[in-house]
Design a protein around this ligand. Structure first.
Ligand SMILES: Nc1nc2c(ncn2[C@@H]2O[C@H](COP(=O)(O)OP(=O)(O)OP(=O)(O)O)[C@@H](O)[C@H]2O)c(=O)[nH]1
Ligand SMILES: [Mg+2]
Ligand SMILES: [Zn+2]
Length: 359
């Protein structure tokens, strides 16, 4: 066992594919491609600039970064990915097709995409019962989760420091009645253990959220891994100090894999059209009743969205957040060159998306 792959139980049983989160989705790919026969599966357990660390039934080693020859936005192997290694040398040959992928637009103005984690079953969207709590940001994370087809759970920390934690729970729940909202003191076992229902054997869960919300504290309490570093937040604005700097996979005694991630300063979305249509399905549906096909829900006559706001049936602020995200998505979907050439087309694209052409 290398220093990179931390496991809570030093006596842990031998590493098995199933224990690492192997699923029929991966086995099928092996069965269907003869060229893959004889290669050894291993899972990426940590990602640094210098390279990867992989763990498999008969391998536990560092590897250089791996880029899938088929290319595309998500071609770099990331944490949680399954690679097939040579039978002799520890060299990656192939990356198995993922069943889920969590990604965002890299911070800054470029269009590059940053992969957060692959082959994840559940995402814990972590925020605190303090100034970090922000409905618009939660909605962004939710869109990301829906796009990736990963089960989202809202985890609200620091109820022990809040006057009225229930008020935060209600706001989070109002975003989507079907999502589980857990409000937990991350520093206590009783609190962190509330997350165990999503942490069965072979399950992979990723913790995301701003710096200082208690992602590492939760992982530390759940795994009992003393080496995990956590750090107090700034008193005045509750902002964290970006303590965790690399994504890391930890195994729980239950057999689940937890991915701790560095706190995000901003969350720019990329390729989330489907995610938006799920999170805002009600608004999308409603907009089909607008008189004009390309209604922007501003001042057009016969706008079903405006009418519903006027009747008090939907929240005007939520509509504004929806429009903003749809616009952002449309901007991102176009390259810079295209943007210059097709300024007008962009306006149209935003309108048709707001119009909610559902698949
Ligand atoms: N009282 C209380 N303190 C908490 C709770 N959760 C986290 N903390 C504290 O909040 C601070 C930040 O926690 P971290 O776990 O380092 O936060 P993080 O999300 O990992 O932050 P980054 O690694 O910077 O992204 C630490 O001082 C924790 O002890 C909680 O539920 N209650
Ligand atoms: Mg951390
Ligand atoms: Zn309208």
């Amino acid at each position: 066992m290398s220093a990179d792959t931390k496991r809570s139980d030093p006596q842990a049983a031998a590493v098995t594919l199933r224990g690492l989160g192997w699923k029929s989705h991966f086995q099928q790919q092996l069965n269907e491609d003869e060229a893959l026969t004889g290669l050894r599966p291993a899972r990426v357990t940590s990602v640094r600039r210098s390279g990867l660390h992989v763990l498999g039934p008969d391998v536990d080693t560092a590897l250089p970064p791996f880029v899938d020859p088929e290319g595309g936005d998500g071609a770099n192997a990331t944490i949680g990915d399954w690679l097939l290694l040579d039978s002799e040398l520890p060299t990656a040959r192939h990356m198995l097709e993922r069943f889920s992928l969590f990604k965002r637009r890299s911070p800054g103005t470029g269009r590059a995409v940053q992969l957060i984690a692959a082959n994840v079953d559940t995402v814990f969207i972590v925020t605190s019962c303090n100034q970090d709590f922000n409905v618009a940001r939660l909605e962004r994370y939710l869109t990301l989760a829906r796009q990736a087809e990963v089960t989202p759970v809202f985890v609200l920390t620091k109820p022990d420091l809040a006057d009225d934690p229930e008020a935060y729970v209600e706001q989070a729940q109002a975003l989507d009645r079907s999502i589980v909202v857990e409000c937990v003191n991350a520093k206590t076992e009783a609190g962190a253990n509330r997350l165990l229902p999503w942490c069965g054997a072979g399950q992979t869960v990723v913790f995301v959220g701003s710096s200082g919300v208690g992602k590492s504290t939760l992982v530390k309490t759940l795994t009992g891994e003393e080496s995990i570093v956590t750090q107090g937040i700034r008193e005045d604005d509750a902002k964290g100090r970006h303590t965790t700097s690399a994504r890391e996979l930890y195994q729980l005694a239950s057999g689940a894999w937890l991915v701790d991630t560095p706190g995000m300063r901003e969350l720019s979305l990329a390729d989330v059209k489907d995610g938006l249509e799920i999170v805002f399905a009600d608004l999308s549906d409603l907009s089909e009743h607008c008189r004009f096909n390309d209604c922007a829900h501003e001042a057009e006559p016969g706008c079903a969205v405006k009418a519903a706001i006027a009747r008090g049936e939907i929240d005007a602020q939520r509509v504004e957040r929806w429009k903003k995200l749809v616009q952002e998505e449309a901007h991102n979907a176009m390259s810079l060159v295209e943007k210059r050439a097709k300024d007008k087309a962009l306006g149209k694209m935003i309108k048709t998306t707001l119009k909610g052409k559902r698949r």
